[in-house]
Write a protein that binds this ligand. Structure first.
Ligand code: FMN
Length: 360
């Protein structure tokens, strides 16, 4: 295949490089993968109405986020087990993000230590935000320790993922017999004490009577806010009332997300929920979005719907599989270049005052 010139090209190339096991894990979604497809379709369904003969010289893609000025509004979403895609794993992704001025969010289920990843990039002056994603575990002491480690390592915010109290029904993974190969694991969870088994009883549900007994609730959001000096961002918000409650609790921002279609297959696409969450937040909190963003025009549409920034997941992992850090950097650069082209063709010089009728 010739050199990839789009994010979809990276995906097609990655299909030829990843084995069936890793491909099922990275490319798949839940159940019939309708949500996975709907995320992309919803961005496609939006149209940008260009203006002509506008002054765009000197324009730029800079945005403000949590008190920082970023070169552009693209972050890399937390994706687990990246050493399945490339031996350099999360280290390559973080270094590439840093080189491209993109934000990087490390997964709790990273296949490299959070300290190793942070150390490689935290002193780079031009890097984007470095955030740590948190899945709360069943052990409060362990959670506290993980947060302390993230703070000490130099992460600047905690992204608490709230939309995955359990896995979705991942049919594609099950068909492929997905497994983690020897040597790849969630190394940051290595010291997590085992969850006490619920005593078997008639009618016992492995989900409701066992796994979900330790599932986080709003109390745990309050706990985290009190526990850390870092800003807390909730990831996985779709319902306006949840956005309202999150605001009431004092979080620093929200990520409108359906986990890239990997949890509830019947969930709505993020592009559809974005305007409703934007109404609730009314510009008081930063709102980010992910799910199906594959083009610079998608990024512009997200900003036009009120997002401060976007995250991409699978595309950069495909770049990672194709060419390590260089592949990730290429994916970010492609998306940013496309964003600049989209802005220029829409007659938009900056992202902070997009015309109200840009979307039609
Ligand atoms: C293979 C894979 C693993 C993921 N792991 C995590 C994770 O550990 N934590 C998390 O909050 N989200 C995780 N996500 C969800 C992403 O952060 C993000 O919400 C999603 O990938 C965005 O959709 P996109 O892939 O269409 O860009 C994962 C997604 C994929 C594809």
């Amino acid at each position: 295949m010739s050199l990839p010139i789009s994010l979809d090209d990276h995906e097609a190339l990655a299909r030829t490089r990843l084995d069936d096991n890793a491909w099922a894990y990275f490319a798949g979604g839940a159940a019939d993968e309708r949500c996975l497809a709907a995320n992309r379709d919803a961005w496609h369904a939006l149209r940008l109405l260009p203006r002509v003969l506008r002054p765009v010289a000197g324009g730029h893609t800079r945005v403000e986020l949590l008190g920082r000025s970023l070169a552009h509004p693209i972050l890399l979403a937390p994706v687990a087990y990246q050493r399945l895609a490339h031996p350099d794993g999360e280290l390559a992704s973080a270094v590439a993000a840093s080189a491209q001025g993109a934000g990087f969010v490390l997964s709790t289920q990273s296949s490299l230590l959070l300290e190793t990843v942070a150390r490689a990039v935290r002193d780079d002056d031009d890097r984007g935000p470095l955030w740590m994603q948190l899945y709360l575990q069943h052990d409060t002491g362990f959670n506290r320790e993980l947060v302390r480690r993230a703070e000490a390592a130099g992460y600047e915010a905690i992204v608490l993922t709230v939309d995955a109290p359990c896995h979705g029904a991942r049919d594609r993974e099950r068909r492929a017999g997905f497994h983690l190969p020897p040597g790849i694991s969630a190394v940051n969870l290595a010291t997590l004490p085992p969850r006490p088994d619920a005593p078997p009883a008639p009618g016992h549900s492995a989900l409701f009577d066992d796994l979900l007994t330790a599932a986080p609730g709003w109390d745990d959001v309050a706990w985290l806010l009190a526990e850390t000096r870092l800003p807390v961002i909730l990831k996985g918000i779709l319902h306006p009332d949840d956005a309202r409650e999150a605001t009431r609790q004092g979080v620093a921002g929200l990520i409108v997300s359906n986990h890239g279609g990997r949890t509830l297959d019947a969930a709505p696409p993020t592009a559809e929920m974005l305007p409703r969450i934007a109404d609730v937040l009314a510009g008081h909190l930063p709102m980010l979005v992910d799910g199906g963003i594959r083009r610079g025009t998608d990024v512009l549409k997200a900003i036009a719907l009120g997002a401060s920034a976007v995250l991409v997941g699978r595309p950069y992992v495909f770049g990672l599989a194709n060419a390590g850090a260089q592949g990730v950097a290429h994916v970010i650069r492609l998306l940013r270049d496309e964003l600049e082209i989209a802005m220029a063709l829409c007659g938009v010089a900056t992202l902070d005052d997009l015309p109200a009728d840009l979307l039609c």
